[in-house]
Design a protein around this ligand. Structure first.
Ligand code: F6R
Length: 252
């Protein structure tokens, strides 16, 4: 795993945007794997700026999102469909017919999981997958003790995840109890992975990822088995890491 430590969230987001722009400029028909949540917000903002000011062209890309809450449709402001439109899809010249997010309103959720996994294989796998990390080490919504072999599935959200995400809802009761998520194996199919972590509340998850042996207690540790992962982390999220990894480490 390559590790790039940034001063702060702004610098991390600019770097993440740089990775994405480089990928899209090199291959205009790139498939991007996308995440939601607070962490990639500034990256998406930088991408929108890059589209306006650097003429980065997203017209031919496809996108595959990691997850969606069960029970929320695209017109629901808390859904990840809504989030993606608001923060990225409506801000760049992406062809929205080529943006894919699991359907949290599907009548048959198991069938939706199979459909989505097939889609990942048909459209993807992503050339570049963007990931955030939960305070409990989850990636996508793969909560601790999800099998590293999992494909797209329904997950019961950990109470700590529901509490962490309650900030986006009116109350904790409104946070859905389950989600559809790409599995860990689905994520590992990606050709390149960019893991973003910012802020002190991610410091323990990052320490554990880098210092503890891989284990399903920390789903992100499955990334140790992938050959092309870059961790973009800011100083706050990196501050509990004591074990330095020599030339894998870069500060700005
Ligand atoms: C979002 C996702 C989650 C988040 C994680 C961190 O699509 O899959 O794994 O990346 O919960 O969320 P934030 O960035 O809000 O701290």
């Amino acid at each position: 795993m390559k590790i790039l430590v940034s001063q702060d969230y702004q610098s991390l987001s600019q770097k993440a945007c740089g990775f994405i722009e480089e990928e899209v400029n090199r291959n205009p028909a790139s498939v991007l794997g996308l995440a939601t949540g607070s962490t990639p917000l500034q990256t998406y903002h930088e991408m929108a700026e890059g589209h306006k000011t650097r003429a980065v062209d997203y017209h031919n890309i496809s996108t595959i999102n990691l997850d969606e809450y069960v029970g929320l449709g695209e017109s629901d402001p808390q859904s990840y469909h809504f989030f993606m439109k608001e923060h990225l899809f409506d801000k760049v010249n992406i062809n929205q017919a080529r943006t894919y997010i699991p359907n949290g309103l599907a009548d048959d959720l198991e069938e939706e999981c199979s459909r989505y996994e097939q889609l990942i294989d048909q459209i993807g796998p992503p050339d570049l997958q963007i990931l955030g990390i939960g305070q409990n080490g989850h990636i996508g919504f793969n909560e601790p003790r999800t099998s590293f072999k999992s494909e797209t599935h329904i997950i019961k959200l950990a109470e700590s995840t529901r509490k962490a995400n309650a900030r986006f809802f009116k109350s904790l009761e409104d946070v859905p109890k389950s989600a559809i998520t790409m599995g860990i194996q689905s994520i590992l199919k990606s050709k390149k992975i960019l893991l973003l972590a910012s802020g002190e509340n991610k410091a323990e998850a990052i320490r554990s990822l880098l210092e503890d042996p891989p284990s399903d207690d920390v789903p992100a540790s499955a990334l140790c088995f992938h050959k092309n992962v870059t961790l973009l982390v800011d100083k706050e999220a990196y501050k509990k890491v004591e074990y330095l990894r020599g030339d894998e480490l870069n500060h700005d």
